[in-house]
Every structure is written in structure tokens, then in C-alpha cells.
Write a protein that binds this ligand. Structure first.
Ligand SMILES: NC(=O)c1ccc[n+]([C@@H]2O[C@H](COP(=O)([O-])OP(=O)(O)OC[C@H]3O[C@@H](n4cnc5c(N)ncnc54)[C@H](OP(=O)(O)O)[C@@H]3O)[C@@H](O)[C@H]2O)c1
Length: 318
């Protein structure tokens, strides 16, 4: 009798889980970009588009008719992604350009090429990122995560701002993360030279993305270019490549993470949604504006980070 009751209990639980699974999957999937906007005649550049969220974003924007520039470090991998996108969308205007965000020389080369070859640039998606890597330095001596995730995209945006302005209405989309809420900008040791913790350095770099976006939006207000940042969700990508514990967790709990396509929705929404034409300085999650962490509201920190970034990159950006 007891055995029968246990069996019944397990069957009932199993049945309930089976019934709730579709709702759970929908919950995990998060927001969807519902905009039918076409991008024919528009030019889009996406960093880190050879895999993960960037690849899915590129795929979607190509499907909408844009000329898509995949700005990637691994050019061979990017060429095969471009071929895949072309074969599946029928849009032949998908090109690859070399960009290593850990090298200011590479960023300057890429930007010079875009400024010379492209007639316009309507959307810049600063998507590439590195997470919790060992203590590495970029070619220019920046700690790798703040160097690639923040300084690299800061310089790239600076170098492409004029073409974006000339192409207005234009948009800058910065892919940050919800972990910016746990971030702290360590102005005394921005490059983590005194002590290094991979996860804290990642959170710092993602907070820098949000602070940069807010300060940028304020400074370029009224010039026809908007800037927004976003959290894509927790997505099954290669981002955990430097952290075996996170990789194992992601493998076994994959059903609670977004797919790459689901993870790209908020980037796509920020890039195309008509209702965001003049919306700037916001932070999005699941395709809707979301609350930023309290440190992201620190205007003084945003302005200080801006000045330091200009100094370290040796640029004048008022
Ligand atoms: N996955 C998530 O759960 C999650 C959550 C919050 C935020 N994000 C953010 O989403 C963005 C995309 O990440 P993902 O999840 O799609 O990760 P991913 O699959 O690891 O893709 C990261 C991309 O960035 C590129 N990249 C790394 N270092 C670079 C460098 N020095 N120069 C140029 N490109 C470089 C990688 O190129 P290679 O192939 O050459 O390495 C790759 O294309 C990142 O900014 C990340 O912080 C992700």
C-alpha cells in the first residue's frame, strides 16, 4: 500500500513537472523582439560576431536586409559564420573584418577601414566580451577584461562616432550584464595590478559598460545617435571558457539558461525597435527597460571613468 502511494506521489509530481515544463521554458526564454522592422540599406557592425549572442544578432539583422560587418578576432571562424548566414538568409552583404579588442592598433585599423570603405554606419553593437580569464594583459598593458570589454569598445566607439553621426538616426548598443550590479570601479587599481579576482574584474568591466553608455548618451544627446546598454540574460555560450566550474554548471543546468537565439533578443530589440528611435541612456533586459544597479547611477563615477579612459587611450573626447 505504502509503495503504491509513493508511486502515485512520484507520478503526480512527474505529471506536474511535465505540465509546467512549457511554461518554465517560456519563462527562461525571456523577452522576444517582436519588431518587424526591415534594415534594407542600413549598415551594422557587430563585435565578437563569430559565436554566441553576437552571431545570432548578426544572423537576425542580416535576415532583416542590413549590410552586416562581423568585426572579429578569429577571422577564419568569422568567415565560416558569414558563409552560414549568407546561405541561410540569402543576404550576400555579410562581410568579415579583423578586430582584436585587446590591441588599440587593431581597433584603429578596423575603424580606419570602416571610415574609408563604408558609406554609412547605422548601428554599432559592442558585443564582444571576455569573462573571468586568468590575469592577462592586453597589447597596451590593460588588464584583459577592462581592456577588451570597456577600453576596447570605448576607443572603437570614439573612432566610429563621426560616421554614426553622419548616418543618423543611428544607434550604439552596448552589451553589458546584470552582474554590473555587483561591480565596483576600483579607481585606485583599475588594472587590478595590486590584486586580481577574475569575477570581480568582469563585474567591474560590465559596470564600466553601463557607466560609459550613460555618460555617452548624455554627451551625444541631440545629435541623432542613441546609446543604450543591456543584459542579454544568462545564455549558453562560450563565455565560460576560462572557468571550468561555470562550464560544468552550464552543462548540467543547461535547461535553465537561454539559447543563443533567445539571448540575442534584447540586442536585436535595442538595434531595431521603432519605438526606441530617440530612446537613449537606458539599460534593457528581456527587451524592456530595466533598473540599473545603484553604482550605475553614480554620475561622478561615470564622468571620472570617462576622463581616465580618454587619458589612458590618449584621446581627446569632450
Ligand atoms: N552568456 C551570458 O550568459 C552573458 C550574460 C551577460 C552578458 N553577456 C555578454 O554578452 C556578450 C557576448 O558574449 P557571449 O555570451 O556570446 O560569449 P562568447 O560566446 O564567448 O562570445 C564572445 C565573443 O567575444 C569575442 N572576443 C573575446 N575577446 C575578444 C577580443 N580581444 N577581440 C575581439 N573579440 C573578442 C569572442 O571572439 P573569439 O571567438 O575570437 O574568442 C567571441 O566572438 C559579452 O559582452 C558578455 O559579457 C553574456
Amino acid at each position: 500500500m505504502a509503495f503504491l502511494l509513493v508511486l502515485l506521489g512520484f507520478s503526480a509530481l512527474g505529471g506536474l513537472a511535465w505540465l509546467l515544463l512549457p511554461a518554465f521554458r517560456r519563462y527562461v526564454a525571456g523577452g522576444v523582439c517582436t519588431s518587424p522592422a526591415r534594415l534594407d540599406g542600413k549598415i551594422v557592425l557587430i563585435t565578437g560576431a563569430n559565436t554566441g549572442i553576437g552571431k545570432e544578432t548578426a544572423w537576425d539583422l542580416a535576415r532583416r536586409g542590413a549590410r552586416v560587418i562581423l568585426a572579429c578576432r578569429d577571422v577564419n571562424k568569422a568567415e565560416s559564420v558569414a558563409a552560414e548566414i549568407i546561405a541561410n538568409t540569402g543576404n550576400t552583404d555579410v562581410v568579415v573584418r579583423k578586430l582584436d579588442l585587446a590591441s588599440t592598433a587593431s581597433i584603429r585599423d578596423l575603424a580606419a577601414g570602416v571610415n574609408k570603405e563604408e558609406s554609412a554606419l547605422h548601428v554599432l553593437i559592442n558585443n564582444a566580451g571576455v569573462m573571468a580569464c586568468p590575469y592577462w594583459k592586453t597589447e597596451d598593458g590593460f588588464e584583459m577584461q577592462i581592456g577588451v570589454n570597456h577600453f576596447g569598445h570605448f576607443l572603437l566607439t570614439y573612432l566610429l562616432l563621426d560616421i554614426l553621426k553622419r548616418s543618423s538616426p543611428a544607434r550604439i548598443v552596448n552589451v553589458s550584464s546584470v552582474v554590473h550590479k555587483w561591480g565596483h570601479i576600483n579607481f585606485d587599481d583599475l588594472q587590478s595590478e595590486k590584486s586580481y579576482n577574475g569575477k570581480s574584474a568582469y563585474c567591474q568591466s560590465k559596470l564600466a559598460n553601463v557607466l560609459f553608455t550613460r555618460e555617452l548618451a548624455r554627451r551625444i544627446h541631440g545629435c541623432g545617435v542613441t546609446a543604450n546598454s543591456l543584459h542579454p540574460g544568462v545564455v549558453r555560450t562560450e563565455l565560460t571558457r576560462h572557468n571550468s566550474a561555470s562550464r560544468i554548471l552550464m552543462y548540467f543546468l543547461s535547461f535553465i539558461f537561454k539559447t543563443n537565439k533567445q539571448g540575442a533578443q534584447t540586442s536585436i530589440h535595442c538595434a531595431v525597435a521603432e519605438e526606441l528611435n530617440t530612446v537613449s541612456g537606458l539599460y534593457f533586459s528581456d527587451c524592456v527597460p530595466a533598473a540599473m544597479g545603484s553604482s550605475a547611477n553614480d554620475k561622478q563615477a561615470a564622468s571620472h571613468l570617462w576622463d581616465i579612459s580618454c587619458r589612458q587611450l590618449d584621446i581627446q573626447w569632450d
